[in-house]
Design a protein around this ligand. Sequence first.
Ligand SMILES: [Zn+2]
Length: 302
Amino acid sequence: MGFVVGVDLGGTATKIAVFNEQGEIRASTQIKTRTEDGGKHILGDIASAVRAVLNEEAIELDELVGIGVGVPGPVMDGRTVTSCVNLGWGETDVASFLERELGCKCRIGNDANVAALGEAWKGASRDTHSSVMITIGTGVGGGVIVNDRIITGFHGGGGEVGHFPIHPGVQGRVCGCGSPYCLEAFTSANGVVADYLVATGKNMSCEEVFDAAKNGEPEALAVVDNMQRLLGQACAFIASVVDPEVFVIGGGVSKAGEFLAEGIRKYYDHYVFSSIKGSKIVLAELGNEAGVYGAAKLVLSD
Ligand SMILES: [Zn+2]
């Protein structure tokens, strides 16, 4: 009997969960992510917090099978982050550090990819072998799972669906990556807020825009419809390459629920290649916990 630790390393907070090998959470904790001094305290803090939570649960360090970590940046070989602006990191060998500190194996993955793996293990896409998750929050991220494995790609940029160059661009709108064409710039919460501001001159939160759309306000409906069209189109693009069993829509904006998913489905069916129609588009189920689940699964499926 052993235990696995899943860590979701975010720019402000780090979630840590201890799983048994059946994939049930035995204990969890959360610490602040200290990004000062180039983020040099972060990994030591994680190791200390893991030791503390294991100690509380009377679990010995040698019962630990491994630790998985989802990080907000591109990951190479399951071990090294290429760069991570939010954490103040340049190239950082996360796995070697935690393996030394904790004496067990460590695997890391990009946070959006890891969330997709979590949903595929215990969430909305469980019992499938190929799935694509699109995470819609302040930005747009994604993860592609094929044959139960994350597609990480040559540069660690696999699944970066937010940077699909899908739009001709509008004056004054640029994605965080610098491109004016990205899906993220038009379908993230920020994109929705910006579109509504352009249409009405009014500044509302993304949630408020969705509420207005649900109440039938024409301007809000048009903004949401445009967002759903772009996302449906993006799913259709992905389907032509990956042909997944299911698309999972997650992230803070997915709290808009079926209202959001329905519109994406409508446009997906309109655009998708006829031979591969029928992939499901569903809402994520694990919420903020998808990251720790997926991080633990990185270790278990290694
Ligand atoms: Zn971009």
